[in-house]
Each structure stands twice: as C-alpha cells, then as structure tokens.
Design a protein around this ligand. Structure first.
Ligand code: ADP
Ligand code: ADP
Length: 243
C-alpha cells in the first residue's frame, strides 16, 4: 500500500476490510492478495500491463520493499520478520537481479563489470575474475573480457548484465523487464540463451515482462497480474485455453 495515508489503509485491512473497498484518497493498494509459490528450478513469469503491480511484487520478494501485510518466504525463511541487515545478507546469498537498463561502469572492462557483484560480496580478486570469466563464456562473450562497454552493442551489454548476475552464483535470478529494451531479433536470441542457460544451470528464475509472447516462450508457469491482483496463474497452455 502506497500513499500519504497508507497506515490508515493498512489498519483497515488488518481489521478485515476488503482490499477492493479501500478508497482513501491518495492511497494505492499496489499488490493485493498475491499468494503463490515458485518451485526450485522453475521459470516463473509475472506478466501484466504497466501499473499492474509487477515491480512492487518483485521488490517485496527481494526485501527492498516491506510488504504492508502477509509473509514472504525465501528458501523457507520468512523475510518479513528479518532485520534490514538480515535481509541484505539473504539477498546477497540467494538472489541476483537483472534490470532493463543496466548500469555498466563505462571506464571498466567487460570482465570487471561482470565481476562487480562478487566484489560487493567481498570475494577475493582471483576467484572473482575466474567466476566472471566463466559467466561471460556462458553468455557467449568469451574474448570480449578486455573491451569497454561502449564497444559493445545493446544486446551484448545486456549479456554482460546477465553474466554479472550469473557470476554471483545465486540460486535465484530476478529479472525485471530484462530484455524489454532490446530489438525483437536480439530479444529472441536472449530468450533462447536464457532457456539454454536454465537447462544447464537449473536456476530458479522470476521473470517480469509485459510481453505476452515472451511470457509464453519462457514461462514454466505464468502469473497474470491485473490491477494488483493475480488474475490467473498456470502454464502457457492453461492461460491460453482458459483466458
Ligand atoms: P508495474 O511494475 O506492473 O508497472 P508497479 O508495481 O510499478 O507496476 O505499480 C503498481 C501500482 O502502484 C501503480 O498504480 C503505481 O502507480 C503504484 N506505485 C508503485 N510504486 C509507488 C510508490 N513508490 N508510491 C506510490 N505509488 C506507487
Ligand atoms: P544490437 O543489440 O545492437 O542490435 P548485436 O548484439 O546483434 O547488436 O551485435 C552487433 C554485432 O556484434 C553483430 O555483428 C554481432 O555479430 C556482433 N556480436 C554480438 N555478440 C557477439 C559475440 N558474442 N561475439 C562476437 N560478435 C558478437
């Protein structure tokens, strides 16, 4: 729940008000009644129009945004009862993020950029560079280690972002519109690459997109969000046959 008088709204919900009856001026309930489980090794797509609550949902999963009510479990642990430090540790241990617009350091090489997440984690240099090299190889950028980001195309830069997330070697990848800024052909290549990486590495991937085709191609299961609620959840086939 967002807004100046969010607290009033939260109290109403706690007292049993129906979320759809919340109409306090200036208050938005961004995600309502979302209840789901993501299986280990699954690609779970969250699909919906802009404003439907996708980013809010993912920010509650990584603990950036505290849920105003309910629980969020990561690897069996309820993160809503953790301290900010415990949440940071949990995030570093278990998840990596890939965004639409990747902030690569312009004056650092591709290799340094891919190793950045490990640097934050305090991994020592030789190991950091080894893992970053392996990750760059996984995304098809072997040989590009010493280049600077400006020497790379948009698609290749996004692969550096993916390599950075893979190098951190976490079980969970959170991808927020990760391919949405790419042109259609490159986007399809990235989708194929993600599917092939997934079958090699078996990561749990939560993938946010507003694109139906992308959701259908990638998702083992898809949650369709509408106005902050999960309107539907199922395999691509179930969503198509049961709209
Ligand atoms: P999506 O990622 O699907 O575009 P969001 O999760 O960003 O949707 O937003 C869901 C709703 O919550 C929207 O109505 C949005 O305007 C509102 N919202 C998101 N973040 C904030 C915020 N920090 N303050 C106020 N309203 C917000
Ligand atoms: P964009 O995303 O800007 O449309 P691409 O990602 O397709 O562009 O890359 C542009 C050029 O870089 C192409 O000629 C492509 O062959 C080349 N390229 C892309 N990735 C690699 C790679 N991993 N190794 C070698 N060349 C590459």
């Amino acid at each position: 729940v967002f807004g100046r008088r969010a607290r009033d709204a939260v109290n109403m919900l706690k007292n049993g008000a129906d979320p759809s009856d919340l109409d306090i001026p200036g208050v938005t309930a961004a995600v309502i009644d979302a209840s789901f489980e993501v299986g280990e090794g699954e690609i779970f797509v969250v699909m919906g129009l802009s404003g439907s609550g996708k980013s809010t949902l993912i920010r509650m999963l990584n603990g950036i945004l505290p849920a105003t009510s309910g629980q969020v479990y990561v690897n069996g642990e309820d993160i809503t009862t953790m301290s900010p430090k415990q949440i940071r540790d949990m995030r570093q241990r278990t998840m990596s993020m890939v965004f639409q617009h990747f902030a690569l350091f312009p004056h650092r090489t591709v290799l340094d950029n891919a190793a950045y997440g490990l640097r934050v984690k305090g991994v020592e240099k030789a190991e950091r560079l080894n893992k970053a090299r392996e990750a760059l190889e996984l995304v098809g950028l072997a040989g590009w280690e010493d280049h600077l980001p400006e020497q790379l195309s948009g698609g290749m830069r996004q692969r550096v972002g993916l390599a950075r997330a893979l190098a951190a070697d976490t079980d969970i990848l959170l991808m927020d519109e990760a391919f949405s800024a790419l042109d259609p052909l490159i986007r399809r290549e990235m989708q194929d690459q993600l599917l092939s990486l997934q079958s090699q590495l078996g990561k749990t991937i939560i993938f946010i997109t507003h694109d139906l085709n992308e959701a259908m191609r990638l998702g083992d299961r898809i949650a369709v969000m509408r106005h902050g609620r999960i309107a539907q959840i199922g395999t691509a086939e179930e969503i198509l046959t049961n709209p």
